[in-house]
Design a binder for this molecule. Structure first.
Ligand code: NDP
Ligand code: 8X3
Length: 253
């Protein structure tokens, strides 16, 4: 295959979904992952019929090491030459203080945002090392730079992503692999619906009175990071809505 290959985790919604469409328009073949199989199949059809790209879908729960391993290690050889790994799949589950938050929510966040990212990277990075080429982008968050009350574990997972990204960059630099992180503020996606377990009213409150970032804003940022010349790496990019100055400071009308 002549075109570059990008593997996007969490491509069924939000940032991953928009990035899939933008990269398809920019000459990438795509490996798309997520738990929602039908959505993956629909996206594959849309992309292949509208753009000059090939799409392979992998349906697994990123928290389950055995599922990740079995999906990736059985990839046809021509799909193993992954140029870009976008570690995007992630979530916040609930919002509550350490003395009463749900421990299962903590495990879900740690298993998805930290361990899932590591499982993916552990399998894909050796392929990049063998080819002495590649670019890994980890989606962190403003929550990886600041901590806010009731978000201790979500913030903890994103601080972990930030630390892992820094160490990965040092480890993989000698192999010619770029490692970047992108840390967005509020992006209107399924994120808040997931955090509040489908409560649309609560989710809508998060974005009330100001214009949040869109998934397209982040997809465009990802494309910018990917399209720098070989001697340039964007290490860490913080992107915020104009009316959000910190994790907790919003200018709401
Ligand atoms: P969405 O909820 O819209 O999308 C999340 C994606 O992650 C979905 O495709 C979902 O797929 C996938 N995913 C979640 N859990 C799993 C799992 N266990 N196994 C496989 N895939 C999973 O959220 P966003 O697009 O907003 O989030 C993308 C990333 O951006 C996350 O890492 C999030 O933390 C980060 N982020 C989001 C911000 C925001 O305000 N929205 C701000 C800063 C960072 P499926 O359900 O099909 O499995
Ligand atoms: C998502 C943004 O502020 O809800 O990472 O943590 S925030």
């Amino acid at each position: 295959m002549n075109q570059k290959i990008a593997l996007i985790t969490g491509a069924t919604a939000g940032i991953g979904y928009e990035t899939a469409f933008l990269l398809a328009q920019n000459n990438y073949n795509l490996i798309l992952t997520g738990r929602r199989k039908e959505r993956l199949e629909t996206i594959k059809k849309q992309l292949e019929s509208n753009f000059n790209c090939k799409v392979l879908t992998l349906n697994f729960d990123i928290r389950k090491k055995a599922e990740v391993e079995s999906a990736l290690t059985t990839l046809p050889e021509e799909w193993q030459s992954i140029d870009v790994l976008l570690n995007n799949a992630g979530l916040a589950a609930g919002l509550g203080p350490v003395n009463s938050a749900d421990v299962d929510d903590w495990e879900t966040m740690i298993d998805t945002n930290v361990k899932g990212l590591l499982y993916m990277t552990r399998i894909v990075s050796p392929w990049m090392v063998a080819r002495q080429s590649g670019h890994i982008i980890n989606i962190s968050s403003i929550a990886g730079k600041e901590a806010y009350p009731n978000g201790s574990v979500y913030c903890g997972t994103k601080h972990a992503v930030a630390a892992i990204t820094k160490a990965m960059r040092i480890e993989l630099m000698p192999s010619g692999i770029k490692v970047s992180s992108i840390a967005p503020g509020a992006v209107e996606t399924e994120f808040s619906l997931v955090r509040f377990r489908g409560d649309e009213e609560k989710a809508a409150q998060v974005y009330k009175g100001f214009t949040p970032l869109s998934a397209k804003d982040i997809a465009e940022t990802i494309l910018f990071v990917l399209s720098r010349p070989p001697h340039v790496n964007i290490d860490d990019l913080l992107i915020m809505p104009t009316n959000q100055a910190s994790a907790r400071d919003f200018n709401r009308k």
